[in-house]
Ligand binder design. Sequence first.
Ligand code: ZN
Length: 95
Amino acid sequence: MPETSVPELGEWEYDMPPSRENAATKARRYLTEGRVTIRSVEGMRVWAVVRGDGALWTVTVDGLDRRCTCPATGYCAHILAVGLVTAPYQPEEGG
Ligand SMILES: [Zn+2]
C-alpha cells in the first residue's frame, strides 16, 4: 500500500506568495529590509521616504494626519512602516 504525500496545510501557508501578506506584515518587512528613510522631523511633522515595490513613496505625518503618495487608500504599508519607527501622536499636556 503506497504512501501518499499530501502536503500539510502549514506547508501551503509557507508557500503563500508575498502579495498575500497584509499591510502590517509588509510594513515590518520594509523596516527589516532597510526601505524606510526618515528625511526630516520637525516637531510633530515627519517626512519619510519608503521604497515599495519598485517605487519610492513619500510619507508625511503631521500629528494625526498621515499621508502617502502611493495609490492605496487608507493606511498603507508605507504609512504603517513609518508609524512603527515614530512615536504616536500625543496631545500637549496642560495646554
Ligand atoms: Zn503608501
